[in-house]
Design a protein around this ligand. Sequence first.
Ligand SMILES: NC(=O)c1ccc[n+]([C@@H]2O[C@H](COP(=O)([O-])OP(=O)(O)OC[C@H]3O[C@@H](n4cnc5c(N)ncnc54)[C@H](OP(=O)(O)O)[C@@H]3O)[C@@H](O)[C@H]2O)c1
Length: 285
Amino acid sequence: MTETTHVPTITLNDGQEIPQLGFGVFQIPPEETAEATGRALEVGYRHIDTAEMYENEQGVGDAVRDSSLDRGEVWITSKLSNRKHEPEEIRAAFAETLEKLGSAYVDLFLIHWPLPARPGSDFVKRWKVLEEFKADGRARSIGVSNFQVEHLERLAAECDVAPAVNQIEIHPYFLNEEVRSYGERHGIATEAWSPIAQGGVLNDPVITAIAERLERTAAQVVLRWHVQRGSIVFPKSATPERIRENFELFDFELSGADMDAITGLDRGEAGRTGPNPLRFTGPSD
Ligand SMILES: NC(=O)c1ccc[n+]([C@@H]2O[C@H](COP(=O)([O-])OP(=O)(O)OC[C@H]3O[C@@H](n4cnc5c(N)ncnc54)[C@H](OP(=O)(O)O)[C@@H]3O)[C@@H](O)[C@H]2O)c1
């Protein structure tokens, strides 16, 4: 498949259109990020998911600038560091994000974690600073990550702008359904992080049997399952063949029975691989 492959877009609650498939750069070392991102852009990805805490925003910005693409052709998401809590430090950190990206704006800026158990941190106060970035146009959309239903309800009650997305852990072993369905009911698009559980679901016999029958890879089957459920995904890979493989999702379809079989793999809370957002307090400094 080539650059002309059609990646569907999802219309967010603020009218912006985000490509449903992107490229995640978590754990790509800063010095390798420009090359990996450049490769993804060549394959056809037009959506990159980075974060202040990944320390590789600069590499993402360099790759976009060094490509033949206009800035407006690539969707870039970044996220507020868990180390920034006060309005002044959030404003300074966001200015640094734009500088590293080499761009006057970011398409989507997220609060990375709600940190409800962290003394002195208040996600409502942090969100109100993101509302400023949305108002001045430097963040075209704003959203959250790892927010639970009670956090989303607090934002709805106390803030002016609703989050456009909630980026949460979802894969076949952890559906995170309560949070996902709350988003669906309230117009908050769901982004699924660790969509293949960092490789942890790829040897599951249910998934490998479907992959063999359809002559696809296990990763393609799982990513296609996410796409058909309406989630936004951005698998990470530093491996050229996998970057291409993960992009080839739009010339096949899973039947309802195959979708149900994968959904049936959910292990509930036991399937979670990352921290529980209700307890996670972020870095100690
Ligand atoms: N908001 C949050 O708190 C949060 C948390 C985690 C992740 N994220 C975002 O979500 C993105 C994706 O999640 P993730 O990076 O945790 O995990 P992931 O995309 O589920 O998995 C990445 C891992 O799977 C391997 N892999 C990728 N494609 C493969 C394929 N086709 N076949 C076999 N193995 C494959 C990669 O190896 P190689 O690189 O060696 O190929 C890497 O080890 C991140 O990059 C980040 O943008 C956000």
